[in-house]
Design a protein around this ligand. Sequence first.
Ligand SMILES: [Zn+2]
Ligand SMILES: [Zn+2]
Length: 237
Amino acid sequence: MRSVKQATAKEVTAGKASASKSRINLFDDPRWEDRFDVLIRLTQRTQLIKDLTGTDIRPQRIKAAIDKRLEEMGVEIQRPRGSGQTYTAKGFLSKMADKYDAAYLLGLHFGANGPGSLATFDTNLGTALDKRMETYLRYCSDMYERQEDASISFETYIVLIEGIKNHEVPMHTCKDCSTSYVWPVGSYVRHSCPVCAVHQHDVKAAKQKLEVMLNAKKTRATPVRSHLLTGSARDPA
Ligand SMILES: [Zn+2]
Ligand SMILES: [Zn+2]
């Protein structure tokens, strides 16, 4: 077993052996072989892989290696079509749920220290990539049963972080919950905290549900309602 980032690799390959005996290595450094195996399960976009690994390997060779390795891992190849994502594109983080997820990812990525802490791990391509893959996998496992259900793709996350780093995507901080969040560049809707929006919606929905239940009980005049009204149903402990 290789020593670097086993947890990440393990999470991604989900118990499947990533290394094959017949495999032809792309990198001189075995740590980059491991990173590559994790990365190709998060994105199959050749240009993005080139950017993140800093490799000068020909795209055709990268593609061939991706196909071969994913096939060995039993992973379906979903090579993205067209050009890469941009934060100025129409529809980028357009849904409130996407903005909520993005805020969660930013919280994981920047930690408690804010964007300044970025410099500490961005000096080295390898550590920067490890950090990004770990952060993304953590987001997926925190919020979703299956990684493929995550509403923010790895590519979107990378594009977002690059935009923030280049000061092209402004970060906002919520005055109420102090969440850092981003808002689509060029959006006509004024920015507002997605975390507060989603939670307020949840509270509203819960209140409405409770009202419906209480009204249903009222018509039947069950003792439960009188308990709720007097507060005697509350656990004194
Ligand atoms: Zn603001
Ligand atoms: Zn908020």
